[in-house]
Ligand binder design. Structure first.
Ligand code: CA
Length: 226
């Protein structure tokens, strides 16, 4: 059973979401301010965190920044405002997904399912090693390593690497990445793919501005050059 932590200061929203998630078979934990939220995010063992931006104590962006120093748990940011800069900032800070209030509970559950499915999940063919450049990928341990040292990737970044490796150099469109790696069609913003690719390059490429592995094919998408 997946455990969802809701960090949100509006009691009625917490109650509504918690009621629906429990009905869908999730275990639910909640926190009503940023400081308690961070503490629970680090210690309650949640499989996914639903994180409001405007919170007393500590806002959602600050909480996420602190959380990401220690944890790669999936986070869906929630905001009342449809502001592009908030959205991009949230994704760059390390959110896995983003929702704007008001949202339908049905869509929320779909996104939670998409974002929890990947973590600790399938495992793939145990011990199957794949490589590109100086990197090796251990699908058993779900790690990408360089010179034996694990590269600090989020679950989504790891999934991206694996998807490119199994695409054998083919150009993959952003729509396909959204569908296959994020796990749902058209709910998400395609720019989330570009942000994730940029973050991945920053971790993998020696010169992220002139990538050698994760290449852009203009107007078409991305491909992996081994
Ligand atoms: Ca709030």
């Amino acid at each position: 059973m997946s455990k969802i932590l809701i960090v949100e200061d509006e009691q009625t929203i917490v109650d509504l979401i918690a009621f629906n998630l429990k009905r869908e078979g999730f275990e639910v934990e909640s926190a009503y301010d940023g400081i308690t939220g961070l503490d629970k995010a680090l210690h309650c063992g949640a499989d996914l965190i639903l994180l409001d931006v405007m919170l007393p104590g500590m806002n959602g962006f600050d909480l996420l920044q602190k959380l990401r120093q220690e944890s790669d748990v999936p986070v869906i940011m929630v905001t009342a405002r449809e502001e592009e800069r908030d959205k991009i900032f949230g994704l760059e800070t390390g959110a896995d997904d983003y929702m704007t209030k008001p949202f339908s509970v049905k869509e929320l559950v779909a996104r939670i399912r998409a974002n929890t499915r990947r973590t600790g999940g399938e495992g793939g063919s145990a011990g199957n090693r794949m490589a590109f450049g100086p990197y090796t990928v251990d699908t058993g341990l779900q790690e990408v390593r360089r010179d034996g040292q694990p590269v600090d990737l989020t679950q989504r970044e790891y999934e991206l690497v694996c998807y490119f490796l199994t695409s054998a150099g083919r150009v993959v469109s952003r729509e396909e990445l959204m569908e296959k790696v994020w796990g749902y069609d058209y709910y998400g913003d395609l720019r989330a793919v570009d942000v994730a690719m940029r973050r991945l390059r920053e971790k993998i490429e020696e010169d992220p501005a002139n990538p050698k592995y994760f290449m852009t094919k203009r107007g078409a998408g991305y491909y992996l050059q081994r």
